[in-house]
Design a protein around this ligand. Sequence first.
Ligand SMILES: [Zn+2]
Length: 340
Amino acid sequence: MPDATFGVVRSLDMNDLVKCGVQAVVMNVFHLMQRPGSSTIKALGGLHSYSNWHYPIITDSGGFQAFSLTRQNPRLGSFTNKGIVFRRADRKIHLTPEKSIRLQLDYGSDVVICLDDCTHPDEPYERQLESVTRTVNWARRCKLEFQQAIRRKKTFAGVGPLLFAVVQGGASGELRKKCADSLLQMGFDGFAYGGYPVSTDGRLLSNILKLTRDLIPRKFPMLALGVGQPENIVECQRMGYELFDSSMPTRDARQGRLYSLLERHRPKVGARNWLSYIYIQDPKHAKTKEPICFNCDCLTCQNFSLAYLHHLFKINDCLYQRLATIHNLAFIKSQLESVM
Ligand SMILES: [Zn+2]
């Protein structure tokens, strides 16, 4: 699922997304509550109607944004047992578990995610324990708020939305189990792997991702939050994750990193080194007639050469962004299908 952080997958419209095979998008509570503002979205009938995207929308709770901001600069926000405080230049924004759920439901989300206390796996055990305790407590409060809201809005009866909880615990198998067991006992429609999925040197934390997936029975769908590199998605799919969200494929496309296959004919997806990156700004592409990827049936590969994309990138034309984004999303979709 591409990230439509502000209600848009940058440079694509909804028809483009459907043609890429995208079945759902992730939108972001924290960013949308600032721009255009939750009251505006609610007044315009929710995110589906506002963005004209009539397939599933998953909203993320705001927990990851808080983690990411405070990791960059601790003065930008703080976590307490009550909730999260974001400090902006002109104001403070309070986000509690209850408020996160109310916002997501007001937006018309199809999959609502509990607010969690995200960590990096490198952080010490005491911090991971605090995160698990808080994540479980917040999940309890989220579920209560969710159930009360569903009862109030009878229109939801029997047709969703779903509520997912996030499993934290850093790199500790013991804490992951503690978190997963507590959440399973409470009961949710699905679960997500929480916390950074890659190490500081960029390697997928395969062991802890696998362990976490194995803690949740397969009858529950599971989302690998923040997993976005094609080889990581393929690896996590093999572990049993069904859903992925990351801004990486679309950001890579806009910044000139395009996905292709190392072998032109009959490539074995998932084998060692099956993926290759094409850096479109490289002058060697200026006269290349070939598409980004021979095996790709996306609009970009069927109609445009690397040379033309290189030119569009160099003159900074917005068509480059659209064509590149279409390809990276369609490429991931087709690789996932080829290993199913
Ligand atoms: Zn393509």
